[in-house]
Design a protein around this ligand. Structure first.
Ligand code: HAM
Length: 416
């Protein structure tokens, strides 16, 4: 039964085997966020294009090449959200959240859209979960948010995870550093790749990302911002490191760490997984102390991160097995009444917190037992034509009559 249509390039269907693992990832994250007081927020799937141009930055790959932008019927330019931080800052301003106790600690999960070349771990519609702590410049917030992502990856059992930490300094320090870096690149122009050479003025930091030998050679002797941190920037970074160390979170300093969004200031970080190929980052983020102001608010420091659900799933590898059922309700002889009773009892059992299924396909008793086996039901409740019921233990094969009035007790009591 092939269809004439396929999911669009770079997108995918989430089938039940994947859906189960997603549910576990989201449930684990939700519990971790709730325990730390990061309240849920959700923003629309699309926003004014200008929000991302201003927020994410016009020189970034995301804004230059990767946005799904369209005009609505009123001629407004809208864009499917490529990321969640600018929209959340927009919501923070729109709803006057600066009047709440600061910082406002938020968490989110949902689909995001980037028109990238699809490959393993890189999609055009993907899913992120993340947190933002808005309204504090305390290094405690940097350390806390980083610890939440470390906890999430740890609790999920993501193998081979490494935390890379860096700092971009504050804007004036960064500007001075960028001039120094540009001078270094210009002095070695002939050895650089064409791509890097053309972007010395717009985005010199990208040179650290290049993989051609010539550029790499030049970058080995390039100055790094981490070496140039001074004053409060240096103190902030030292305190974040000390807090992580005190909490036993392992990290490596990566002086060449760069991120693909323009709003970052000071702390940036990236969790990479050795099990993944080219797209090895499972999650990352950093401070964005200037973003709210950039969007028209008063200066409001903030920090957060997002993790890619698909990347986490790839790193975890195996699909989650279907869970067994507590009970399957079968009818010995086909008949409307017996089936109605089975359905009503199934509902009661579900209300009592048990997993219970009935036959929806009109199978014979033999077919029902076979199906119960297939879905790994621990026991089967068989309704006889005379109104009596038998409870069969599918592991031992033992079968015994049960009183209709004490079905829940009979089954609930033996749950497991
Ligand atoms: P980002 O680094 O662009 O940051 O994306 C965060 C994560 O989303 C990545 O580490 C990766 O796991 C996943 N991801 C990104 N693009 C794709 C893709 N095309 N396919 C699959 N997964 C992808 C942000 O989006 C920032 N908003 C994070 C942040 C929050 N910074 C501060 N607060």
């Amino acid at each position: 039964m092939a269809s004439n249509y396929q999911a669009p390039r770079g997108t995918f269907d989430i089938l039940p085997a994947d859906g189960r693992m997603r549910r576990r990832i989201e449930a684990t994250a939700t519990a971790i966020f709730a325990r730390a007081g990061y309240e849920p927020i959700a923003t629309p799937a699309f926003e004014d294009t200008e929000l991302f141009e201003r927020g994410v930055g016009r020189s970034t790959d995301i804004v230059r090449k990767e946005m799904f932008t369209f005009e609505d019927k009123g001629g407004r330019s809208l864009t499917l959200r490529p990321e969640g931080t600018a929209p959340i800052c927009r919501a923070y301003l729109e709803h006057g959240m600066h009047k709440l106790a600061q910082p406002v600690k938020l968490s989110y999960a949902g689909p995001f859209f980037r028109h990238e070349r699809p490959q393993a771990g890189r999609f055009r519609q993907f899913h992120q979960l993340g947190v933002e702590a808005i309204g504090t410049d305390s290094p405690l917030a940097d350390a806390e948010t980083i610890m939440l992502l470390a906890d999430l990856l740890g609790e999920l059992g993501v193998p081979g995870v490494e935390l890379r930490l860096g700092s971009l300094g504050s804007p004036p320090a960064r500007a001075a550093y960028l001039e120094e870096l540009k001078a270094h690149l210009r002095a070695h122009e002939a050895e650089l790749s064409k791509d890097v050479r053309e972007r010395i003025e717009i985005n010199p930091l990208r040179a650290f990302d290049a993989d051609d030998e010539g550029t790499r050679g030049v970058m080995e002797s390039a100055p790094t911002i981490v070496e140039r941190l001074e004053g409060e920037d240096a103190d902030h970074f030292a305190e974040v490191r000390a807090l992580l160390e005190a909490a036993g979170v392992a990290y490596t300093i990566d002086p060449t760490l760069v991120r693909g969004l323009d709003y970052y200031t000071r702390t940036i970080f990236s969790f990479v997984c050795s099990e993944l190929g080219a797209q090895s980052e499972v999650g990352g983020g950093g401070r964005y102390d200037g973003l709210i102001e950039q969007l028209g608010g008063s200066p409001t420091p903030a920090i957060g991160w997002a993790a890619g659900i698909e990347r986490i799933m790839l790193a975890l590898g195996e699909a989650e097995e279907a869970p067994g059922r507590d009970v399957f309700l079968a009818v010995a002889e086909d008949g409307r009444e017996a089936r109605a009773r089975a359905l009503a009892v199934a509902a009661e059992l579900r209300h009592a917190g048990l997993s219970a299924e009935v036959d929806l396909a009109g199978r014979s008793l033999k077919g029902q037992l076979k199906h119960a086996d297939r879905i790994d039901a621990a026991r089967v409740l068989i309704f006889e034509a005379d109104g009596s019921a038998q409870l069969r233990d599918m592991r031992s094969g033992e079968q015994r009559p049960v009183e209709p009035g004490s079905l829940i007790e009979a089954i609930g009591g033996e749950r497991g």
